[in-house]
Design a protein around this ligand. Structure first.
Ligand code: FES
Length: 316
């Protein structure tokens, strides 16, 4: 168990270092800088008026079923957004129809429209350098369930603007600072599979792994405490030798003979501790217990003086 515990502690310890390092990063970093909004601007006030819009009532029947109709502005142009299915949150996969609110015809969010939406939200010095279509759950937008357009700008921060490809909604801006923060967040959440969050199977496994590590550590601690307790409770005897009194600590079930041999103390023995040769005579405190072998080999006077057989005296 000790071997397993050490390797598990190494794995958990490494991830702990990653948590601490990335946690420190988020405590110390400038949050304005990592937001990715350096070149983001709010949408301009609409220049169109309601009198320009077609009556939306026929659209409800034409594109039925419609559970919600919303008038939205995309890059300064009005659109009716007809939702056919209820959404719990904006990144959830949706079925909708986008209708030009001035002309009255359905439109799709193509490259040109995505570029216009991105440019309307951008106030940096760069021009659009590349427009790429992204599938749902792409590496850059793992939680986005709808396809999106990726509009890159040639500026000093390598800004990228994401536009949702069904509704034309602006998803957000990213740049090299926000990508750096995203990487740190990924490490902090152990999101190595790029799920976009921290509630994923690897995290569950790691949590169980950490729990097993804690339990094995607790088990080892209890064992170690038990061992230390036995050590603390070990019997101590005092050997009286011609050179003076000498303390000897004995582990449970260990004989004085074994204790002396362990400490390198000279003691005679011909029977190997079997209690049959009577050679391992030592002198202890007079009150020490007396075995049958000691009564056989030692006189009453010697017993009263504390003489015993080293192989017959035990630690408990
Ligand atoms: S070693 Fe033989 S009696 Fe103790």
């Amino acid at each position: 168990m000790m071997r397993w515990h050490k390797w598990a502690a190494l794995a958990v310890g490494l991830q702990m270092m990653v948590w601490i390092g990335t946690g420190l990063y988020f405590n110390l970093v400038d949050h304005q800088r990592i937001g990715g909004h350096q070149y983001h601007q709010q949408a301009a006030e609409p220049t169109w008026s309601l009198t320009q819009l077609v009556d939306p009532t026929p659209l409800l029947e034409q594109y039925a079923p419609v559970i919600r109709l919303t008038l939205v502005d995309r890059a300064g142009h009005p659109y009716y957004q007809l939702e056919h299915q209820r959404q719990l949150y904006r990144r959830q996969a949706q079925t909708l129809t986008l209708v030009d609110a001035i002309r009255g015809d359905a439109v799709t969010v193509d490259r040109a429209m995505a570029s216009a939406v991105a440019r309307a939200s951008y106030r940096g010095p760069g021009a659009v350098s590349e427009i790429t279509a992204l599938p749902p759950h792409s590496a850059e937008l793992p939680k986005e369930e709808n396809p999106a357009w990726r509009v890159a700008f040639a500026d000093d921060l390598a800004t990228v603007v994401f536009v949702e490809a069904r509704s034309g909604r602006l998803i957000g801006h990213q740049n090299r600072h926000s990508r750096e923060a995203a990487l740190m967040l990924k490490l902090h959440f152990m999101d190595y599979a790029n799920t976009g969050g921290f509630n994923h199977p690897l995290m569950w496994t790691f949590a169980l792994f950490s729990l097993a590590l804690s339990l094995s550590g607790l088990t080892l601690l209890i064992r170690r405490l038990g061992s230390n307790l036995s050590h603390w409770r070990a019997r101590r005897v005092t050997l009286h030798t011609p050179a003076g009194a000498q303390k000897l600590r004995l582990a449970p079930r260990q004989s004085v003979l074994e204790g002396m041999q362990r400490e390198g103390l000279a003691v005679r023995s011909e029977c190997g501790g079997g209690g049959s040769c009577g050679r391992c005579r030592i002198r202890l405190e007079p009150g020490s217990p007396i075995s049958a072998a000691e009564q056989r080999f030692l006189s009453q006077r010697h017993l009263e003086q504390g003489w015993r057989l080293a192989c017959q005296q035990y630690g408990d």
